[in-house]
Design a protein around this ligand. Sequence first.
Ligand code: AMP
Ligand code: ZN
Length: 113
Amino acid sequence: MDCIFCQIVDGKIPSNIVYRDEKVIAFPDINPLAPTHLLIIPRKHIPSLDQLSEAESPLIGHMVNVANQLAKREGISTRGYRVVINCGKEGGQGVYHLHLHLLGGRQLSNALG
Ligand code: AMP
Ligand code: ZN
């Protein structure tokens, strides 16, 4: 499969994996937009949020829970942080393997668009 994040899951592309369990892994974004910028991704290839089935939707809760744990580990949980899922072309998605961004460590702008 020609998916860069599947290749990270499979260990074919090396990455500094900071968290792993049976469902997800987390690693630093290659182009960090904040002092903490981690990506939390499912091991399973789900192309985008739009293609997440209802049966699979508990995965999102798990990904958010992992983001919360990592925010604590990074020491940003009390200062505040942001979790983002971009979906599709107009949502700004660039990599078509579902992922949640964890951003923090600086004051983020209020702008969402
Ligand atoms: P999105 O625009 O939400 O699809 O975000 C995709 C993110 O993946 C971007 O922030 C990229 O910098 C990041 N990215 C792309 N390739 C890699 C990689 N090999 N390792 C880590 N992050 C990556
Ligand atoms: Zn994939």
